[in-house]
Design a protein around this ligand. Sequence first.
Ligand code: SAM
Length: 291
Amino acid sequence: MNYRHAYHAGNFADVFKHTLLARILVHLAAKDTPFRYIDTHAGIGLYDLSRDEAKRTNEADAGIRRFLKAPRPQIMEALFQPYIAALKAVNGMEGLHYPGSPMIASCLTRPQDKIALAELHSDDVRALEKRFDHDRRIMVRAMDGWAALKAWTPPPERRGMVLVDPPFESANEFGQMLNGLANAYKKWPTGTFALWYPLKATGEVRRFVGDLVNLGLPKTLRMELVVETQGDSHRLLGSGMIVVNPPWKLKQEADIILPFLARALSDARTGHWKTEWLVGEGKVKKGGDEE
Ligand code: SAM
């Protein structure tokens, strides 16, 4: 396990992932009944962007710092409000801190909701436990995310979501995602499943998407944001999120959010985006330069 999110926190992929995560949570919180948030690869929950790890890569410059500087038209304010509320909740006067997915979830859930976090790196687990030990709604476990996905579905609540956000440092993570989703969905067909994936100059995503279509789960939404068009097979050009059972307005919202992010976060206007129902309702929508 070499991947440490502290080197990447607040990069363009985080802005994309966390904006969509915040939208899903807000829709779940629109009904009074409790829901559960499950994070299979949780990270440490909060990142100080003035620390060495963040400064070593400066990835946040092309992500959250750029996002915060971009003028947002009025229509964007309501859509980004929950994400910005989470950013504000962790930022005082000094420097910039970036909320990871567990922190965003803790900001956007209510007293009746529950949060379950799995993380395998022992230092990160300790940091997570320390960060959330005051919050009785939050359970932190040092465990493998794929085992957590299996063990924690279905939760006692009928409603809720799982974020699956692995580091993609081993060859079989697309396969683990697919199998994990297929098994968990069978047990919890009312849950929302959000799967993040990297877009690189390889054919892996095409195969993954083909396999997802073959799974044939109802209502599978694919959303992607690409900020760079060229790079070797290791370079992150963009990222995507598959959402099974999305809130019904999510695609409509992503059709407004993603064109904005493509313009705000890409150099030389190379950014492009896509939303597409792989299974279920509707059509492909995309914009910017084509792949
Ligand atoms: N979800 C976090 C967020 O959005 O703030 C970022 C997660 S980061 C991309 C992936 C995390 O998975 C890392 O913190 C890494 O230590 C952890 N990890 C790696 N392998 C794991 C495994 N098998 N099970 C659980 N966590 C794992």
